[in-house]
Write a protein that binds this ligand. Structure first.
Ligand code: GLY
Length: 373
C-alpha cells in the first residue's frame, strides 16, 4: 500500500465511522427532504421550495456513497425516494438546463449502475439527451442556462459532461461522448488560462466559437480566480481523462491542480473563496477544498506513484484541514461547515455539496470505485 494511504488509514476509518453515525440519523430524519443547507441546525427542503434547483442530486448522491460503503438499507431507501421526488423536475422541460448532469448522474445514474433498473435508466438517459440537445455545433459548446444567455458557458459544466460519457457507454452511440469532448476542448481554450487558473463564465460567439466576453461570475471580479470554479476545472478535466483516456485532459487537470495546490499552501490548505481577492476580508470556502480533494485523489491514481504522491499529499492536507470544519455532533444536520455560495453577497454556511465531496473523498480513500461521475 502507498505510504501516505498507510499513514492515513486509521484516520480515514475513524472519520468515516463518525460520519456514518451522524448521517444514518439524518438519512432517516430528512427522508422526505432534498436538503441544500441547514437552518438553525435543521435541513431545509428543496423538494418543497425548488425541486429544479441544481444541487438536488447531491443528497441522493451522498446517500448512495454511504449505502455502498455501509450496505445500510436506510441510505438506499432515502436515495431512491429523493430520485422519485426529482421526477417533478424532470417533467418540467422549461426548468432543465446544463445542470441535469449534477442532478441525474449522481441519483439515477448511480442507482442504475448498481441495480440496473429501467426507471433509473430512463431518467439518466433522458437527462443525457437534454444535455446533448444543448450543444451548439458551430460554437462548439454546451449552453449553460436558459433565457437571454445564449452563448454563455461556465466551467462548472465540466462536472456535468460525465453524464454524456456514461450515456455513450450505456448505449454504444458515440454522439454523446463526441459532444462532451468538443465542449471540453472548447473550454480548454475559452476558460482555462495558461497558469492553470480559469474563468468562471464566458460568453462565446454562437457562430464562430470565439470568446466575446468574460464575467467574474461567483468570484471576486472579472479575471480573478473563484476557488470552487478552480475545483470544478480540476476535478472536471480529470474526469474527462478517466472517461476518454485523452492525455490533454490529464495535463489540463494537472495544470489546474498545481495552481490550486500552490494557492492553498499559502492558507493552511483551506481555500480562499477567490484566490485573487484581497486578503481582507479573509473568506474561505470549504466546499472548494472538498471538491478539489476528490480531483487530486483521482489525479494521483492516474499518474505514476512517484508523481502522484504530491497530489495525494495535498488531498490529505486539505481533508485534515477540512475535518476541523466538520460538525460530527447531532447539534446540526449538516456535516461540513463554512462553505460559500459566491464571493459577493453571501455568508459562510454549510452547503450540501460540501458534505457530498468531503464524503466522496473519504469514499475514494476507502478504495471504492468512481460511480457518481
Ligand atoms: N454551479 C454553481 C456553483 O458552484 O455554485
Amino acid at each position: 500500500m502507498n505510504v501516505l494511504m498507510k499513514e492515513n488509514e486509521k484516520w480515514v476509518d475513524e472519520v468515516f465511522d463518525k460520519i456514518h453515525k451522524k448521517l444514518r440519523k439524518t438519512a432517516e430524519s430528512s427522508y422526505d427532504k432534498i436538503p441544500y443547507t441547514t437552518v438553525n441546525g435543521v435541513h431545509d427542503n428543496k423538494a418543497e421550495t425548488d425541486i429544479s434547483w441544481w444541487t438536488n442530486g447531491f443528497w441522493p448522491g451522498l446517500m448512495w456513497l454511504m449505502y455502498i460503503h455501509t450496505k445500510d438499507e436506510q441510505y438506499k431507501k432515502t436515495a431512491e425516494h429523493a430520485e422519485e421526488l426529482l421526477d417533478k423536475a424532470l417533467a418540467d422541460y422549461d426548468s432543465l438546463h446544463h445542470d441535469v448532469g449534477f442532478m441525474w448522474n449522481m441519483s439515477s445514474g448511480v442507482n442504475y449502475r448498481l441495480f440496473g433498473g429501467k426507471a433509473s435508466k430512463n431518467r439518466f438517459m433522458f437527462a443525457a439527451n437534454v444535455l446533448a440537445g444543448r450543444f451548439n455545433p458551430k460554437g462548439g459548446f454546451i449552453r449553460a442556462w436558459n433565457g437571454n444567455t445564449d452563448g454563455w458557458t461556465i466551467i462548472d459544466s465540466m462536472m456535468n459532461i460525465p453524464l454524456l460519457y456514461r450515456a455513450s457507454k450505456e448505449c454504444g452511440d458515440t454522439r454523446f461522448e463526441n459532444v462532451a469532448r468538443i465542449h471540453a476542448d472548447t473550454l480548454m481554450r475559452t476558460h482555462m488560462r495558461e497558469d492553470g487558473s480559469c474563468n468562471h463564465i464566458v460568453k462565446i460567439d454562437t457562430e464562430t466559437g470565439e470568446v466575446l466576453e468574460n464575467f467574474g461570475g461567483q468570484g471576486y471580479e472579472e479575471g480573478s480566480s473563484w476557488s470552487r470554479g478552480q475545483s470544478w476545472a480540476l476535478y472536471g478535466y480529470i474526469l474527462s481523462y478517466i472517461h476518454t483516456g485523452d492525455e490533454k485532459y490529464l495535463n489540463t487537470a494537472k495544470r489546474a491542480a498545481n495552481y490550486f495546490i500552490a494557492n492553498v499552501a499559502l492558507t493552511d490548505y483551506l481555500p480562499l473563496t477567490d484566490f485573487r481577492a484581497p486578503r481582507e476580508p479573509y473568506v474561505i470556502d470549504t466546499t472548494a477544498g472538498a471538491c478539489a480533494a476528490c480531483g487530486l485523489i483521482e489525479i494521483s491514481r492516474a499518474v505514476p506513484e512517484n508523481e502522484g504522491r504530491m497530489y495525494l499529499d495535498a488531498a490529505f492536507r486539505m481533508l485534515h484541514a477540512l475535518e476541523k470544519h466538520c460538525d460530527f455532533t447531532d447539534d446540526t444536520e449538516s456535516l461540513l461547515q463554512d462553505g460559500m455560495e459566491k464571493y459577493h453577497d453571501s455568508s459562510e454556511m454549510p452547503i450540501i455539496y460540501g458534505d457530498y465531496f468531503f464524503v466522496e473523498a473519504l469514499y475514494k480513500l476507502k478504495g471504492h470505485e468512481l460511480l457518481s461521475w
